[in-house]
Design a protein around this ligand. Structure first.
Ligand SMILES: Nc1ncnc2c1ncn2[C@@H]1O[C@H](COP(=O)(O)OP(=O)(O)OP(=O)(O)O)[C@@H](O)[C@H]1O
Ligand SMILES: [Mg+2]
Length: 267
């Protein structure tokens, strides 16, 4: 891991703020007037039905898509994210659902893919030590950093992809469906890993369809419906209110706890 941890934000500091962000694909409004705030040391779950705009929002923040309108503030400054490299440079890392790992390369090579310490003279020993240190810090269960990715389980692959995204010490890490297609034990391992990432002070946005996983790890749950905000909830919000917001039975609901918080009545 690079030693630029001073770029990480102070706990609770606002890392990301979106105001009025919209994205049209021709006549299709994928996102309309999105508002979103994410703080350091916080996991925000982005939930919503198929087509709600979750992946589009992540892609806007990853520099893959350009917003049609709206303001993105990152680290206190208004930013544009013209391409994925620009997002990465600013400290926004993304683990896309397909993980983009190379099956035939080992764990070290995958963590350092394209970011070799010294591209002219591959510093294999230093990269191996750093990869091992990073995985240890995350208490990741990878038998050997010299194992090829093809031999790893789904959970271990997700772990490698997350470790890879942490290499440049991003302020924000976004995970698209990190537990989809994982078994019970592997899901628990990945959720633990997400908590450790949060505890290191990174801000985390996690897309998930699994409400159990969301409740287990999220500090806040942001619902999107048909490309619009449709409520902010907490892990102790009732299933009924969460499902109602996701399916559209309620409109832009603010949970009772959010109202108490806004009124300063919560401890
Ligand atoms: N590149 C694109 N071109 C045109 N329309 C798109 C494009 N990407 C997304 N859309 C549309 O934008 C809307 C939101 O899609 P998006 O993939 O963001 O939803 P999602 O919440 O991630 O859904 P899912 O849970 O199924 O992954 C959909 O109507 C989709 O068809
Ligand atoms: Mg999606």
């Amino acid at each position: 891991m690079t030693d630029n941890s001073t770029t990480r934000s102070a706990p609770g500091e606002q890392v990301l703020s979106l105001r009025g962000v919209s994205k049209n694909f021709g006549a299709v409004s994928a996102l309309t007037d999105i508002e979103l705030d994410v703080h350091a040391g916080e996991v925000v779950a982005l939930v919503g039905d198929n087509g709600a705009g979750k992946s589009t929002l992540v892609k806007v923040l990853a520099g893959v898509h350009q917003p049609t309108t709206g303001t993105i503030t990152f680290g206190g400054n208004p930013v544009t994210l013209p391409n994925p490299a620009a997002a990465l440079d600013l400290g926004i890392a993304t683990v896309f659902q397909d993980l983009a790992l190379c099956e035939n390369l080992d764990v070290v090579a995958n963590i350092y893919l394209g970011r070799e310490l010294n591209p002219l003279r591959l510093d294999e020993v230093a990269m191996e030590v750093k990869a091992w240190t990073l995985l240890n810090e995350l208490s990741a269960r990878i038998p050997s950093v010299r194992d090829v990715v093809a031999s790893l389980s789904g959970g271990q692959r997700q772990t490698v992809a997350i470790a890879r995204s942490l290499l440049l010490d991003p302020k924000l890490i976004m995970l698209d469906e990190p537990t989809a297609a994982l078994g019970v034990a592997q899901t628990a391992e990945v959720l633990n890993l997400i908590e450790r990432v949060r505890d290191r002070g990174h801000a985390v946005i996690m897309i998930s369809h699994n409400m159990e996983d969301v409740r287990a790890v999220a500090d806040r749950i942001v619902v999107l419906r048909l490309g619009r905000n449709n409520g902010v909830f907490y892990p102790d919000s009732s299933n009924e209110e969460l499902v109602a917001a996701i399916t559209g039975a309620t409109e832009n609901a603010v949970s009772r706890r959010a109202v108490r918080r806004q009124a300063g009545q919560d401890a």
